[in-house]
Write a protein that binds this ligand. Sequence first.
Ligand SMILES: [Zn+2]
Length: 261
Amino acid sequence: MRHRALLASLAGLVVLLVAGCGGGSTPAPTAPSSPPPSAALPPEPAPSPTRTVPPKPRLRPLPVKLPAGLIRTTGTDKVALTFDDGPDPAWTPKVLDRLKAAKVTATFCVVGKQVRKHPGLLRRIVREGHQLCNHSWNHDLDLARRPVSEIRADLVRTNREIRRAVPDAKVPFYRQPGGRWTAEVVKVAKQLDMRSLHWSVDPQDWAKPTAATIEKRVKRSARPGAVVLLHDGGGNRSATLAACTKLIAGLKRDHGVARLT
Ligand SMILES: [Zn+2]
């Protein structure tokens, strides 16, 4: 029995030495003073080095109701157009052409990584009188649920990229990807001088319905003051583009299209 206990202690010591290798700055553990109760069993495998990395903080839960402080209407009878997830080299120029032809301006909710790839498109958006909205660095649907420091770093990084393309750009709005808002992200956006922009009309063009369906959905749900959500990035936007001309003409006729203020 004494012999087995000695073996078990030695095995335990080997395990501790192996575990210590992965830890780097971990203080050297002390050997147990008594043998483990299951001395006859083989020792536990050494913990893998990845266990020494602290676990990612848990995501905070999404609130059941949208938080306070979101812009969901224009505040006038006129409606506003918003285009998300660009700039995109295939679709953004064509959307800009449609807007120019219709003599209306919109708000572009841009993704930082896309801005980095296509700064010229961002310059065109601004040059043609449209507004900018920060839509996060990489369209992280869970961003609003992360630690506040991570949220702030993401929004700051995105604004920095926008201003690398257009040095004096105004970014008055933030829009949370997926509309998955938390009170925390609204607060951080406010601290960075951005108002949180939601919407009131979502034709779900991202799910690629036909152009006629997109147009019909917008027409059916647009009320005075509506903020309409559309996409110029994040995938094939041919249906959105095809819907644009009639959709914008209809909104102009029924409500008027105005810039968000
Ligand atoms: Zn988006």
